[in-house]
Design a protein around this ligand. Structure first.
Ligand SMILES: Cc1cc2nc3c(=O)[nH]c(=O)nc-3n(C[C@H](O)[C@H](O)[C@H](O)COP(=O)(O)OP(=O)(O)OC[C@H]3O[C@@H](n4cnc5c(N)ncnc54)[C@H](O)[C@@H]3O)c2cc1C
Length: 491
């Protein structure tokens, strides 16, 4: 196996400084934008992606970490979305097996009618996956349910329905996409923010962007500009037209993280009905149990969304009926929240009823905004976005081959990451953390301590205690790299 590519900032910036017209510029380095950059570069288009902060620092590192068809969407009758997502699930399991793994989910049943309903519903879910299914949906006896889902409330339990989906490391999958795009010769750079869009004769003639680290300014031109900025999509559109009406409604989803002892098995639990008509997951994640999520209207985009006290109470209350030992507020180790950019160009309605399908909107001739969707379907969203740009004549037709494209995941880096995470949680050994920081700098465009703690290692959303212990080690390693000249050109 060849050594992983080194990705340095300065040569990337040098390409952004050139006076040229790119085929494609992507604004935003979350799942949507990175997927578009991979697709465009793989089709052979000259491609640049600029991200204002770090890759996946928006919604794409704050998901429930499921690659799934979405049982809830099936209950809503959205068969197309479920079928599409199940197909994408199969591709991800093949193309990034180190980061996307099958996960058994169990729905505990306490009512006979519910059991029959779930058996049928999850059977249909399985059937929709067809030959791309991961494992059979199966009825578990009461004893099997307790054995496979230790910690489930035993009182009144009839049994459970087991079905399969997949779990993934969202931030590391984003890094894999960044590296895959770079492998296809795309220029993919973080900490570059678009702050102005110039129009000429009604179309986008240039993007004005700023290096957030140094203040350097860039003027970038492209045949087509993809706006993949999630909950900031309307802000970016308003750089082109200040009075542009909103395309999105923002919904916040929060999770709590508690000790794994509440449900110490390898399977996740799906709670099929919540008081607000949704589902809730309790999923083993790294060394902890993650429980969520919620769906509440959020006033606007923010870089650091936080779970409200009411959401934390709601999650604890909902889980209470399903756990042998109820969670109390003091058991919550940490929380994290993400913002859903839901496509909703018309008047506001309850966010949980807004479709999770993606939308592609072309304005000013060549500004293509892509919003909505799910992490699971990022590849299909990119394919649709590129095809749409071809259809309106912005790009020439070339085949998309991302379905068979292995993502750039390096085994040695993943092993180093795993060892560093283990050391971080165990509170012992600094060497593996220091060694991983060097890899994150050289191969993954990490610049700041939070880039490493929150997105290269997955410590930040799991344990505030581990973060406080790891931060000084990571900061010292970054400083040392900077002094040695290994830094990604610090300001
Ligand atoms: C709580 C929650 C749970 C979820 N769980 C799941 C799940 O389990 N499975 C699943 O499939 N999906 C899930 N999703 C959906 C999924 O996470 C999102 O659909 C996806 O991450 C959206 O990615 P994005 O790239 O569109 O947005 P983002 O990840 O937010 O990326 C947008 C990027 O644009 C950048 N940006 C903004 N303005 C500018 C600018 N001016 N210049 C340059 N860059 C800019 C931002 O910094 C950001 O990085 C969940 C969503 C939420 C909120």
């Amino acid at each position: 196996m060849s050594a992983p590519a080194v990705i340095k900032r300065e040569p990337l910036l040098a390409q952004l400084r050139q006076t040229r017209v790119w085929d494609v510029i992507v604004i935003g380095g979350g799942a949507t934008g990175l997927g578009i950059a991979v697709d465009a570069a793989q089709r052979g288009f000259s491609t640049a992606l600029i991200e204002a902060r770090d890759f996946a620092s928006g919604t794409s590192s704050r998901s429930t970490k499921l690659i799934h068809g979405g049982v809830r969407y099936l209950a809503q009758g959205n068969v197309k979305l479920v079928r599409e997502a199940l197909s994408e699930r199969a591709l991800l399991l093949t193309n990034a097996p180190a980061l996307v793994k099958p996960l058994k989910l169990i729905v505990p049943c306490y009512r006979t009618l519910e059991r029959e309903f779930l058996r049928v519903g999850l059977g249909v879910y399985d059937a929709l996956a067809g030959s791309r299914g991961i494992g059979d949906t199966r009825w578990l006896s009461r004893a099997e349910t307790i054995a496979q889902l230790p910690g489930v409330r035993a009182h009144g339990l009839l049994g459970g329905v087991a079905y399969w989906d997949a779990q993934f490391n969202d931030a590391r999958l984003a890094i894999a996409l960044m590296r895959t795009a770079a492998r296809q010769s795309a220029v993919v750079v973080n900490y570059i923010e678009v702050d102005r869009i110039e129009l000429e004769a009604g179309t986008v003639s240039a993007l004005m962007a700023r290096d957030v680290k140094t203040g350097e300014r860039f003027r970038l031109c492209a045949k087509v500009v993809f706006n993949a900025t999630g909950v900031w999509a309307d802000d970016v559109r308003r750089h082109a037209h200040g009075a542009a009406p909103s395309l999105t409604t923002i919904s916040r989803g929060s999770h709590i993280v508690v000790p794994a002892s509440f449900m110490p098995g390898a399977s996740g639990m799906m709670i099929p009905r919540t008081t607000d008509g949704r589902v809730l997951f309790a999923i083993p994640w790294e060394h902890y149990l993650m429980v969520g999520t919620t769906d509440v209207a959020a006033p606007g985009p923010t870089w650091q969304p936080e779970a409200s006290a009411a959401e934390i109470e709601y999650i604890i209350d909902t889980a209470r009926d399903y756990l042998q030992s109820p969670i109390s507020r003091g058991d919550v180790l940490t929380t994290f929240a993400g913002l859903r950019p839901l496509f909703s160009p018309t008047a506001a309605k309850a966010t949980k009823t807004i479709s999770r399908e993606h939308a592609i909107v072309i304005e000013h001739g060549n500004l293509v905004t892509v919003v909505g969707g799910k992490w699971t379907t990022y590849r299909k969203m990119a394919l649709d976005a590129l095809d749409q740009a071809v259809k309106v004549g912005l790009l020439d037709a070339r085949p998309c081959r991302t379905a068979g494209l292995k993502l750039e995941v390096d085994d040695s880096i993943e092993t180093a990451c795993h060892e560093a995470e283990t050391a971080a949680f165990a509170g012992e050994g600094t060497d593996s953390i220091t060694e991983f920081v060097a890899l994150a700098i050289n191969h993954e465009q990490a610049h700041y301590a939070d880039d490493v703690i929150a997105r290269r290692l997955r410590v930040a959303s799991l344990s505030d205690y581990a973060v406080s212990r790891v931060r000084p080690i990571v900061s010292a390693a970054l400083e040392a790299a900077k002094k040695k000249g290994h830094s990604n050109e610090w300001p």
